[in-house]
Design a protein around this ligand. Structure first.
Ligand code: AMP
Ligand code: ZN
Length: 467
């Protein structure tokens, strides 16, 4: 069976074929960089990484674009509170995002593009939408009139006919004719960053960013568009309306949405305060690979509930696979090849590939690997596994790791200091303080703090903990 994806647009699993031979043009909605991303966000980005790797394993070349939303209401609010420009403020979190992706071994998209580098393109697109009659202006801001786009609702499968009649469903800061008409260009308000464009002085709305950057780099029609399920409506619905109103062509052929990561049954989110970053978990001593494994282990369209037990189980599973690989590599086996065991490996590879082909069923793919490991360990114990069976076993492990990428341990240095390193630094700090070397003492405290380790000076001495 060939690669199939569940397409939100058609609500069906469909055979995947790109428009152009072996190249996949794909767009991903990237982060809004006003804070470190949490592992809920990273679940969605891990799904995209698995998708990339499966496409590459099937022989496709990727042309993948991800945006960085670096101008937006929350960014403007928080940058002002930090007494920074939006550029200074977002640089920290853009860098943080890229570090976090690297920690989780997420491949970089071919192009990472910032909204603020494309304001002229967005203003120009809005002007074209105006000329085509899809917009109206109110107090200097420009809105998209959804009633003028007949396909509105086709992605989220909502019937908006009632809403079009004028029911106001949310009160935004701007005046709107229709309840869900959305803003394309926001007129400047006091103290806010703005760009001087022929359509006025202001800044783009969030939705127009993605349509404009996706079409600029990937053409009018993309193969795949991805994001978290919460973006289906209104963000992706609005992206379709803008893009198709501009080009008159279908915007994206396959829409793939990742389900949420939850905690105690609730969506992990910044606003609920129930979130962890990858930095938090690594500082607590969990390996990046166990987080990656956990996030990748559930098929992307099922909800995944985050627990610490899930993380330790993931670490144990990785350990099992590493031990198996070590055994294949280093145990002494009798010469020859046992054809039945090579056939067993081949069957496992087929089951693994078929699971991933079936809308990236990672849980079944992992199942195929673990059944193989169990059977092969039994065969090894019975002396049936022979030296020339190694090749097929290692080929399967490599094939597995090209997708899951958890077998190589992250060097400890990349994960922050160990207990003994922390204690050595604390001893050095205590000695420095005694010798009145307060600058060095402060430096050590700051260094540990930046790695999530807090010190508490007590009568009994220094206590420390990982945050
Ligand atoms: P944001 O920075 O809020 O735009 O989110 C970046 C990406 O993370 C989007 O694709 C969201 O849909 C996704 N996302 C946000 N919260 C979660 C969650 N709890 N689980 C999975 N994905 C999420
Ligand atoms: Zn987007």
């Amino acid at each position: 069976m060939a690669l199939r994806f569940y397409n939100t647009l058609t609500q069906q699993k469909e055979l995947f074929t790109p428009l152009q031979d072996k190249v996949v043009r794909m767009y991903t909605c990237g982060p809004t960089v006003y804070n470190y991303v949490h592992i809920g966000n990273l679940r969605t980005f891990t799904f995209q990484d698995i998708l990339r790797r499966v496409l590459a394993a099937r022989g496709y070349t990727l042309d993948h674009v991800m945006n960085i939303t670096d101008v937006e209401d929350k960014i403007i609010r928080d940058a002002a509170a930090a007494h920074q420009t939006i550029f200074e403020f977002t640089e920290t979190y853009t860098k943080g995002f890229l570090e976090d992706c690297a920690t989780l071994r997420l491949q970089r998209p071919e192009k990472l593009v910032k909204a603020t580098d494309h304001i002229d393109d967005m203003a120009h697109a809005i002007q074209q939408l105006e000329e085509k009659g899809f917009t109206y202006t109110s107090e200097g801001s420009v809105y998209f009139r959804i009633a003028s786009f007949p396909g509105y609702g086709k992605l989220s499968h909502n019937d908006f006919s009632g809403i079009r009649a004028g029911a106001r469903v949310d009160v935004d800061e701007y005046d709107k004719d229709n309840a869900r008409d959305f803003v394309l260009w926001k007129a400047q308000k006091d103290g806010e960053p703005a760009w001087d464009e022929p359509i006025g002085k202001g800044r783009p709305g969030w939705h127009i960013e993605c349509s404009v950057m996706a079409m600029k780099y990937l053409g009018d029609t993309l193969d795949i568009h991805t994001g978290g399920v919460d973006l289906t409506f209104p963000h992706h619905e609005n992206e379709i309306a803008q893009a198709e109103a501009l080009s008159g062509k279908p915007f994206a052929r396959y829409w793939l949405h990742a389900e949420h990561l939850s905690v105690d049954g609730q969506k992990m989110s910044k606003s609920l305060g129930n979130f962890y970053t990858i930095r938090d978990l690594v500082a607590k001593g969990y390996s990046p690979e166990s987080v990656r494994y956990l996030l990748a282990s559930a098929p992307y369209r099922t909800k995944l509930n985050f627990t610490f037990k899930g993380l330790t189980d993931s670490a144990a599973n990785i350990e099992r696979l590493r031990n198996f690989k070590l055994r294949v590599e280093t145990d002494k086996f009798a010469d020859g090849v046992n054809p039945a065991l090579d056939a067993r490996a081949q069957a496992a590879v087929t089951a693994f590939d078929e699971a991933l082909d079936d809308d990236l069923n990672t849980a079944e793919a992992l199942g195929a690997m673990f059944e193989y490991v169990r059977d092969t360990n039994v065969a090894m114990d019975a002396g049936e596994f022979l030296a020339d069976n190694r090749r097929a076993a290692l080929d399967f492990l490599n094939r597995f790791d090209a997708i899951f990428d958890v077998l190589k341990p992250t060097p400890h240095a990349a994960r922050g200091p160990s207990d003994s390193e922390i204690e050595a630094l604390i001893a050095e700090r205590t000695a420095a303080k005694k010798a009145r070397g307060f600058a060095r003492a402060d430096e050590i405290r700051a260094q540990l703090a930046s790695q999530g380790i807090v010190l508490e000076d007590t009568k009994e001495g220094v206590r420390w903990k990982r945050q």
